[in-house]
Design a protein around this ligand. Sequence first.
Ligand code: PLP
Length: 228
Amino acid sequence: MTIETNLQIVRTRIAQACHGAGRSSDAVQLLAVSKTATPEAVARAAACGQRDFGENYIQEGVEKIAALAHLGLVWHCIGPVQSNKTRLVAAHFDWVHSVDRLKIAQRLSEQRPPTLAPLNVCIQVNIDAGANKAGVAPHETLALAHAIAALPHVRLRGLMTLPEPAADFATALAVHRQATVLFDSLCASGLALDTLSMGMSADLEAAVQAGSTLVRVGSAIFGARGGA
Ligand SMILES: *Cc1c(COP(=O)(O)O)cnc(C)c1O
């Protein structure tokens, strides 16, 4: 199927999930995950009105950002950020979803070019203590969030989760609900957060039902990735 058709199907899935959850259809933003997709594929999605794109691999992302600069898209880094890559990320991306250490946030803040708006960041939380060890532990999230919120050149927007694939809808929903509870507790502690980045191609309905405000969808838009 074409990218145009796929995008339409994903938008319909999100709208139906919002409707089913009694949420407004504009309550959930679509981030198109374009890792391994070509710049041409990204441009086709952009021609259908898609503005926000997510990249995992920083070098690949920076190259695409440069190739497509004329389109004025919004770029999100959603993959692991090592210390030696923070300068590239701070200079080229608009968002980072995968911050899980204060040191990385401090470097991003220091290295954000002063001509650009503050870098939007989400804290990646290891919500299900999965084999995927990336992300801060839930009980450490509050302290990290307040430390990041105090940095001058980043703007803390919320949380990102990447749980292990769930066997069924109910299991996915339960895990996503834990993230929503954590998100709500951070808001109640005085942080002004607006982004709960959770849900992917396979589980976006459960994520929207649980309260996600941004779903990150790759393969359902751009097709299966070879080997990934
Ligand atoms: C690849 C990826 C996605 C998208 O996954 P799909 O299953 O292709 O929708 C979302 N978030 C992160 C962090 C990813 O690495």
